[in-house]
Design a protein around this ligand. Sequence first.
Ligand SMILES: C[S@@+](CC[C@H](N)C(=O)[O-])C[C@H]1O[C@@H](n2cnc3c(N)ncnc32)[C@H](O)[C@@H]1O
Length: 377
Amino acid sequence: MVAELELEPLFGGLRRFPDVEADNLQAYDATDRLLLETAVDYLRPETRMAVIGDRYGALTLGALVGNGVGHVRVNQDLYTGRLALQHNAEAAGLQGLFSAHELGKELLAGANLVLMQLPKSLAELEENADAVARYAAPDAVLLAGGRVKHMSLGMNGVLERYFSSVQPQLARRKSRVLVASNPKPVSTDPPYPVVEQLPELGITVCAHGAAFSGARLDIGTRYLLTFLDRMPEVRRMVDLGCGTGILATMFARHQPTAGVVATDQSAAAVASAMATAAANGLGDRVSVIHDDAMSTFDPGSADLVLLNPPFHLGASVHAGAALKMFQAAARVLAPGGELWTVYNSHLQYRPSLERLIGPTVEEGRNPKFTVTRSRRG
Ligand SMILES: C[S@@+](CC[C@H](N)C(=O)[O-])C[C@H]1O[C@@H](n2cnc3c(N)ncnc32)[C@H](O)[C@@H]1O
């Protein structure tokens, strides 16, 4: 039986800002609470805690407040999540009590208790599990929690490849924790990034576990790439929401004099896009920036933006994510600059593109996708 923790004052003040905020979107969930409650049973006189996949700081700050650990090392994939943690820490007066790291040795060396929000994809879980087994203390315990409706037996299977013991706990408030301990020896090379050839494009693609569509070519992206010849010759191109960086890499190859920037909110995507550009000899041509919807880009600093927008926000379908990207393109495009977008034809994006960017024409349509060109007025 896990202890109930008094987390209300902290959780009540948590915000998602600068991520989208709405009445039905919360900055913490029952899994955060359950992970922190479960952690109580695994605290030791010298707990060295690491957190993986903290959304907005509930786990990191909750561990400081509720578990009484003196310091937490944390890894977050999303740019907005990192900012939200900073803001929430300031609001709670908990700055300086945690340090942020990329997934790897710095995050995990010597850690003996690791809290993790289970990621959506098994590939991301595998990369996380490998990192814990590889770098954390030999007696480390990993508490991996999720909403029961999003959990699958495949997750236990992945953890069992990296830990000798994986014990599912009883579900509480529709969340469940898997307790993984006794890390197994790992292979010499980490399994990620996956490196694969894409013969149809003649490039190599590198993908970390959390990268969209892995090392495969998304079919929308494939369609957008058939328009490369029709795009204007430019000085400054941005691959917005770059994922593994296929659009940036193909564009850099197609227009050898263009400056190419790839950007994504996901650190895993950023690392993948850097690796993809480098694997194709374009590491010095493609700069990759971790950012939320180009928030750090100067207005008018791009002549061309390519976009295969997301249509999921967390587990729910939400057009807001794509609209946010259109707004960002409107700000960052120079007058006369162009946004080329590919999207599922049933999504009625054209009026939003007209309104937010400017005159928009359909450049092509196949049975599934539409490609539009929007010109910034
Ligand atoms: C449909 S995927 C496309 C990936 C890649 N361009 C491709 O074509 O394979 C959308 C990408 O947008 C990224 N993304 C979503 N919202 C974003 C935001 N606000 N700022 C930056 N990137 C974002 C996601 O992380 C994801 O990598």
